[in-house]
Design a binder for this molecule. Sequence first.
Ligand code: ZN
Ligand code: ZN
Length: 411
Amino acid sequence: MTTHYLFTGGRVLDPHEGVLRDGLGVLVIDGRIVEIGTQIAPPQGTEVIALAGRTLMPGLIDCHVHVVAETLDLWGNMVAPASLGALRAARVMNEALSRGFTTLRDLGGADVGLVRGVNEGLIDGPRLIICGKGLTTTGGHADLRQRTDDRAGLFSDRVGSMGLIVDGVDNVRAACRKLIKEGADFIKVMANGGVSSPNDPIHSIQYSREEIAAMVEEAENAGLYVSAHVYTDRAIRRCVELGVHSLEHCNLIEHETARMAAKAGCIAVPTLVAYEALAIEGKQLGLGAAEFEKIDIVRDGGLKSLEIMAEAGLPMAFGSDLLGQLRKYHCMEFALLAKVLSPAEIIRSATIVGAKLCQLEGQIGEIVVGAFADLIVVDGDPLSDITLLGDDGAHMPLIMAQGQIHKSALA
Ligand code: ZN
Ligand code: ZN
């Protein structure tokens, strides 16, 4: 099997500068970019891929997914046989790769088995960055039990479960240590009410300051960080003060908090399409009035939050957070972001900002020597037309992840 590829005759996208560079060849050997230049002499056996003026760009990074949520029936996912859950997740991952996403950051559910499944070639999917399970309080955003369901966290450890119910500082520390031991790349906390959960209004603040501070300490001791599910300005502010690094959603953030977060070096992950998709399909899915009310609150705040965060200089990583059959709307996030951000800003969010959040700067999200060969070929210039990154990969004749060709429609 060929492991040497030389891309020639295309334009190489530099996400830092937001420009295309002509005349550069890119040599890939054994999954890595080993040379970029105008005069590359490839070793024997190298497959030459002629781009004929197309754009070669780094593979996309989605910094907020849940690959185990194959259906919208979250209880159903949770109680499904573990083997079935893993196979379903593999399908979700494969679909994302076909849209050009060569790295996914999973915010609850994916385990190290899925990470290894990709690395061992069992899953034709993107690299996974995982937190294991998201930590939730009793009654918090990842506690899916109805009010009268008093079963203790029975299913929390199962493959299809996205969260772990943990209360109290000592238990939180033990849970963090266990997750880190099991391969977590970061710790996820549900620090605010949510849309898809039954008992917590959007404004509810979740976990005490002491519990979140304990998570931050445990994560930082391991060289990792905490990521928080947050919507309201108050919840975001509290997390920034407590040392949380990644701020998921942020729909209701206000100017001062955005500036504080930027100063603290935080990264936000807006996920506008999640609410857009729920608004489109919610009725058919049987969502009730209370859930629609929650969706409207965060949906209205979404576009405004992008303006606020951009103005504050708070870096934003691309996220989607689509569950179940709603994931067919994945690429709509590009169009939503384009209402506020320029194509270059959107591409940065889905490449270099995402790489930073995955703690893989220089390894993914850019075409540099030494980086993984996560590459996509685009018909045209996405810096002038961001819709080329949409339509489920229709404008991407070639997708390569870690030096393996996932799709090639080029001669
Ligand atoms: Zn969330
Ligand atoms: Zn999520």
